[in-house]
Design a protein around this ligand. Structure first.
Ligand code: PLP
Length: 450
């Protein structure tokens, strides 16, 4: 609209009132936001200075089908003209949320057939723990409250989900820390020391067993894990880790929860990665981001029939839910997005183009300051090091990730710096030519800061 600020200067003046998330607010106070994105189409975004940039981070690992897809926009618009809002509280429902719940139950593995909607991944993760606490209360086992998570995890920013995230982030911010135990980060390259990968895997599982026995399985509700750690640096655990962790959970009667906020909806070549890629059958899978490709905020906690049977038993109300759970516009976006992915066979396509993207980025591992280029399919991270052999990091003040990201942006690519790591999580619609372009820009950018 013409009422909106148009020039970069006007946008930044208005932006002084906007509190950015996960940002150095002090630095922003001096300079304002660095980039204002004003429009987007396909895999490209345009900034307020008119620069066209390749969206190497898919919004925030979420715009899986690419920007500006008319099918989704039309579905949202049609939905809003028919039913703008009604809730899924009490005895109410509406056809769009019901249809999306049914569709998700069909796509999710096994008996993961019951869907509780929310609005963000943080809330879906938070909700999973609340639901399990409620579940164990109903089973007469109220001591089962602790959550096993891992160093390096990112599960969100509510009080509970930040507590399940990497410990320093919640220090002094969350009173929920007391219910979370952090296990070792499953990152062989950084944490493996002199061990072989198989020995490291054994050590991870031993560590988990020791923690369970130390605190007592009767006190533990669940183990929550991202199949591939995202914001913790794109960490793929050793092969076989997921199944062994799940087996341990089953042995000790601890629920196995998958945070598939990033890994679901095609990023690894399947609608859900837990079973298809990692050979697991979680008791709960949490999703957000790619379910609507970011066109509307929508998340879900998908639980097994067994959990649902317990929480829907007689005596008492399920005292949990958010006003916008299953919002009509979000549900319409989810249905249209999934339909598009199915029509275009996007997950299948990712099984072909994902490895090309992966190999293009892995090749950067040959550069002197790249310690490890890692990840899988369209979920990749590049870790920079000062000394390749010793794996020592650059001085934090050097902001190495940010320096490479700035170079890349000047050359037409948005990448996401996270300290000494650069993250790439583009739309899944990238062509091979665009993949090669991303590889070229990154290679030049890294070489120039060396
Ligand atoms: N879980 C994972 C794995 C994530 O990457 C994120 C966000 O990046 C979240 C949860 C939190 O989701 P949201 O930001 O939608 O609350």
């Amino acid at each position: 609209s013409s009422d909106l600020p148009q020039t970069t200067e006007d946008i930044l003046a208005a932006d002084a009132h906007l509190v950015q998330s996960w940002a150095d607010l002090n630095a922003l106070k001096q300079t304002g936001a660095r980039t204002a994105i004003v429009s987007a189409k396909g895999v490209m975004v345009r900034d307020s200075d008119g620069n066209e940039l390749l969206d190497g981070i898919g919004g925030l690992w979420c715009v899986n089908v690419g920007h500006g897809r008319q099918e989704i926009i039309d579905a949202i618009s049609k939905q809003l003209s028919t039913l703008d809002f009604y809730s899924t509280f009490y005895t109410f429902t509406h056809p769009t949320a019901a249809a999306l719940a049914k569709k998700l139950a069909q796509l999710a593995p096994g008996d993961l057939n019951r869907v509780h909607f929310s609005n963000s991944g943080s809330v879906a993760n938070d909700g999973a723990v609340r639901i399990l606490h409620h579940y164990y209360e109903r089973l007469g086992r109220p001591s089962k409250k602790l959550v096993l998570s891992r160093h390096g995890a990112y599960h969100g920013s509510t009080y509970l989900s930040i507590a399940m995230t990497t410990p320093p982030y919640s220090k002094g911010w969350s009173r929920a820390e007391g219910i979370v135990r952090h296990l070792r980060k499953p990152h062989f390259w950084r944490e493996g020391g002199d061990m072989t990968e198989a020995e490291f895997l054994d050590a991870l599982i031993d560590d988990m067993r020791t923690e369970i026995e130390t605190v007592g399985a009767e006190n533990i509700a669940c183990f929550i894990q991202e199949p591939i750690m995202g914001a913790g640096g794109v960490i793929v655990p050793p092969k076989g880790y997921h199944r062994r962790a799940q087996d341990l959970c089953r042995q000790y009667d601890i629920k196995f929860v998958a945070d598939e906020v990033v890994t679901a909806f095609g990023r690894l070549g399947h609608f859900f990665a837990s079973e298809a890629v990692f050979d697991t059958r979680p008791d709960i899978i949490n999703i957000a981001k790619g379910v609507t490709s970011g066109y509307q905020p929508l998340a879900a906690t998908i639980m097994t029939d067994e959990i649902h049977d317990v929480i829907s038993g007689p005596d008492g109300v399920f005292t949990h839910g958010m006003t916008y759970a299953g919002h009509p516009a979000g549900a319409a976006a989810g249905l249209a997005n999934i339909a598009l992915m199915e029509t275009e066979k996007l997950p299948e396509r990712v099984r072909h183009t994902g490895p090309i993207f992966e190999n293009t980025l892995r090749a950067l591992g040959d550069l002197d300051i790249v310690g490890e280029a890692r990840g899988s399919h369209f979920m990749m991270g590049i870790e920079f090091v000062k000394d390749k052999a010793k794996k020592t990091l650059f001085d934090a003040g050097l902001n190495i990730g940010m320096r490479v990201a700035r170079k890349a942006q000047d050359k037409g690519l948005v990448a996401r710096p996270l300290g000494h790591i650069l993250i790439l999580s583009p739309p899944l619609t990238l062509t091979e030519e665009q993949i090669a372009r991303i590889g070229g820009i990154l290679c030049e950018s890294i070489t120039e800061v060396m």
